[in-house]
Design a protein around this ligand. Sequence first.
Ligand code: AMP
Length: 221
Amino acid sequence: MSAGTRLVMLGRQGAGKGTQCVRISRHYVVPHISTGDMLRTAVKAGTEVGLRAKGYMDRGELLPDEVMVAVVDEQINSDLTRRGFVLDGFPRTVPQAEALAGIVEAVGGLDVVIDLDVPVPVVLERLASRRVCVDCGANYSTDKPPKEPWVCDECGGEVVQRADDTPEAIQRRLDLYERETAPLTSWYAERGLLEVVDGLGSEDEVAGRIIAVIDARTAAS
Ligand code: AMP
């Protein structure tokens, strides 16, 4: 079995983070921690965090940093993450990155931060056609639907368009990404952790590039 990895995946909405994080987490046998998936599960279950999150998510706004830091802190400190983790959707702001640095200090810090780079016109096209399973979060698109119309191949759940994949919410999330999350790339570059990976191409090609970058980092450390 390969060594684990402690990885953060950055990239615009629609860059393919979710799809790639699932593959990377299987490859390195580490949990995929997606804050968006965790919040969607909390909304569905009607938990306190979920009730608080719903309005922000439907509007395409970010939840307050302290709420998100508490959610991630609890998850990362669970036993499951001893081999490492793939963080998807967190951090999204510099204060979140600062908090994460404190959370992971005890386990040796992050190995690498990947910026999955896909240009805006391409992500706009992908988001408009994106469909997801309400139960397991598997990703599909109108060009690549499940085998049976809108029934998830993985778990049999219903496959729908996300409530925040409307044109207005998409625009708001992309603007927010440029304003709040894009500055994280220089923040991580200054700390020697950033690797930019081209997110265009087939899923296999992109996964191959990401794994090569992680393995090179691990070999060098
Ligand atoms: P995602 O599936 O990663 O696009 O996340 C969906 C929504 O969940 C976002 O538009 C935010 O409303 C919320 N969210 C997820 N992760 C975070 C985070 N790290 N900070 C603040 N809000 C978040």
